[in-house]
Design a binder for this molecule. Structure first.
Ligand code: NAD
Ligand code: TYD
Length: 376
């Protein structure tokens, strides 16, 4: 479907961050058509997008980013002008148990998308001199006659490795030093994206963001897992001594940053995204207990006894901390929420959406998809 070059392919839009990005773009930009390509793995959940699923400028496409023929056909059929790529295997603990799927999805999947975009956009460029009538319909122009393309790759601060307390921050110039199979696969995909920029002149942007939290996060990650466990009085498994440090950003602020960078970022550039908001895990868990107990009407600290120190994660990176000052300086983005406010909002959301959580933890959402879309 032609849309003056304004068709955007967002991959992984049924996941945690992707669903916030899809929602923001669908609601804010009626002139774009958003195609959400998602395989619906265990982490993909269309319930995350219930509120916008019937929007006229939104289409869901079930598919695998590793399927070259299918991806090529999507570029052709929907005349894709831009890509915002979020689809990935995203959980470090899973990558330790099964690194292969991380290489497949994160590395081969990203390369597959890059190749398909290159093929489609090269085709457009080759025909650029011909008029719209002369070409065989393989590209479209915007109202000013420009063909605008961008491959925007969403990555993580984990590619930079680990800092010690007092070591400063990761900047855009920090050398890559990934440790987990997850971060190694993301680092590799980042390199492929930049290689396509350098080698083929493809307009690419890479952003590296810190830990996200907020609504619709799969409850294998620390914050939603612990909120749910507190609710059900289940143990809170803190890895090691709880001394590892993460830098937390509210997911809607990440989506806002993606919006700004997508529209105003410099092709070929990299931006770090973070909230200058470092928390030692154990301090974060104590705060989470305080906020959740309060929201549940329990006496302060009632759930503190649920903290259970367990064997540390293998290769557990000690500290992540992002310097996002380039993004603030060059494009004016900064987080809109203070952490305590964001955490309270998040706790309230999970407690008010227990049905969403129960659906996910019971696995009911998976059989629902199987019925609707077939496959795994
Ligand atoms: P998520 O695990 O919640 O969602 C991933 C989505 O990708 C799911 O909907 C899943 O179905 C889909 N997917 C997986 N394999 C696919 C395939 N082969 N084909 C098509 N779709 C597939 O992940 P998230 O936390 O939302 O992370 C999104 C992106 O942001 C990832 O690239 C991740 O590396 C990056 N990131 C995440 C964080 C974080 O804190 N969660 C921080 C920085 C960067
Ligand atoms: P996680 O949410 O898995 O994100 P990431 O590994 O990408 O940073 O974990 C956040 C931190 O919390 C990390 O240091 C590992 C720790 N953690 C626990 O202590 N217990 C848990 O059950 C989980 C899931 C994580």
């Amino acid at each position: 479907m032609k849309n003056g070059g304004k068709n955007i392919l967002i991959t992984g839009g049924a996941g945690f961050i992707g669903s916030h990005v899809v929602r923001l773009f669908v609601n804010k930009y009626p002139e774009y058509h958003i195609y959400n390509l998602d395989k619906l793995t265990y982490a993909g959940n269309l319930a995350n997008l219930k509120d916008i699923e019937n929007s006229p400028n939104y289409t869901f496409l079930k598919g695998d980013i590793c399927d070259y023929e299918a991806v090529k056909e999507i570029f052709r059929k929907y005349d894709i002008g831009y890509v915002i790529h979020l689809a990935a295997e995203s959980h470090v603990d899973r990558s330790i148990k099964d690194p292969f799927i991380f290489a497949r999805t994160n590395v081969i999947g990203t390369l597959t998308l890059l190749q398909a975009a290159r093929e489609w956009w090269n085709c457009s460029l080759a025909l650029r001199k011909k008029s719209q009538e002369e070409n065989d319909g393989c590209f479209s122009r915007d109202e000013n006659g420009n063909i605008g393309h961008l491959f925007y790759h969403i990555s993580t601060d984990e590619v930079y490795g680990a800092l010690k307390p007092g070591d400063g921050y990761f900047t855009e110039d920090t050398k890559y030093d990934p440790h987990s199979p997850y971060s190694a696969s993301k680092a590799s995909s980042d390199h492929f994206v930049r290689a396509f920029g350098d080698t083929y002149g493809m307009p690419v942007i890479v952003t590296n963001c810190s830990n996200n939290y907020g609504p619709y996060q799969f409850p294998e990650k620390l914050i939603p897992l612990f909120i749910n466990n507190i609710r059900y009085n289940k143990p809170l498994p803190v890895y090691g001594k709880g001394e590892n440090i993460r830098d937390w950003l509210y997911v809607v602020d990440h989506a806002r940053a993606i919006d700004v960078i997508f529209h105003k970022g410099e092709p070929g550039d990299t931006y770090n995204i973070g909230g200058f908001n470092e928390w030692k895990n154990i301090d974060l868990v104590r705060l989470l207990i305080k906020v959740t107990d309060k929201a549940l009407g329990r006496p302060e600290g009632a759930s503190a006894g649920l903290i259970t120190y367990v064997t540390d994660r293998a290769g557990h990176d000690l500290r992540y901390a992002i310097d996002s000052s380039k993004l603030k300086r060059s494009l004016g983005w900064e987080p809109s929420l203070q952490f305590e406010e964001g955490l309270e909002k998040t706790v309230r959301w999970y407690l008010e959406h227990q049905e969403w959580m129960d659906h996910v933890t019971s696995g009911a959402y998976l059989s629902y998809y199987k019925e609707m879309y077939g496959g795994e």
